[in-house]
Design a protein around this ligand. Sequence first.
Ligand code: AMP
Length: 290
Amino acid sequence: MRPELARTIAACRESLDAPRRRGDRIALVPTMGYLHEGHLSLVDRARGLADRLVLSIFVNPTQFDAESDLEAYPRDLDRDLDLAGGRGVDLVFAPSVQEMYPEPPLTSVTMRGITEGFEGAARPGHFEGVLTVVTKLFHVVEPDVAVFGWKDAQQAAAVRRLIADLDFPVELEVAPTVREPDGLAASSRNVRLSPDHRERALAIPRTLERVRELFRFGERDGTRLEAAMRRSLEDAPGVEPEYAAVVDRDRFVRVDTVESPCVAAVAARVGPVRLIDNALLDPRGEPSGD
Ligand code: AMP
């Protein structure tokens, strides 16, 4: 069944009013749409945690640092509604830019530390855009639980801290990365890869597989793990690595030695597309959840 569609903040709040008063638990899965199995796996996770599933679809202009990337971002609301309905989403909140930002906002959410390196350094203003829109979505939907993906590990770390610092009464769930059969992490941007670029992009999951393997064999030295990642990416034709780093999963700063849960994070350009991916390295168990 197709989910209900709310295009305005008022309609979204109204739709959730009765379920909330009944005591239903509400889950929110925030997305930018053009849904794929990664997004839908977050919905599957949410289903076991709440009575009412809300999926937001908003290509948030303030988190794009490049106009060209914003314009090229794929969109197809009709298709998304079918896919969301097929996985039991009750309500899709898909506001316009005008609805979310009737005026250029003078208020925004910024964070030090976690957001400064990696994606934050490569994409100025990105996390300010993300944290501001997540704050707005939390205020509109008032979810009991929100589900994000490990695919965007730095974002997950930042949202965890946002919830803690600003006392949002929201539980955070972070779900494993869903991969396509060839190993590439599912991403809305993958449709912009030509078959040739896509083949080249497989160097990214191969690199992460390599780092997982080294980790499994006991390598814990951050510099050595990073060097292996960099070598593997530099050897791949048509792949322009931006960073390859081993960082603490929660603080997102480089570590000398992997002693706590860490993330091996990669960003690289392949043709017209910038891709990010990561592997979770947990010294207390097998690497998992990625
Ligand atoms: P996006 O639409 O790219 O902003 O992603 C929306 C949510 O889906 C974020 O929490 C992402 O981390 C998550 N996500 C994106 N790709 C994947 C994937 N391949 N596997 C699992 N979650 C994903």
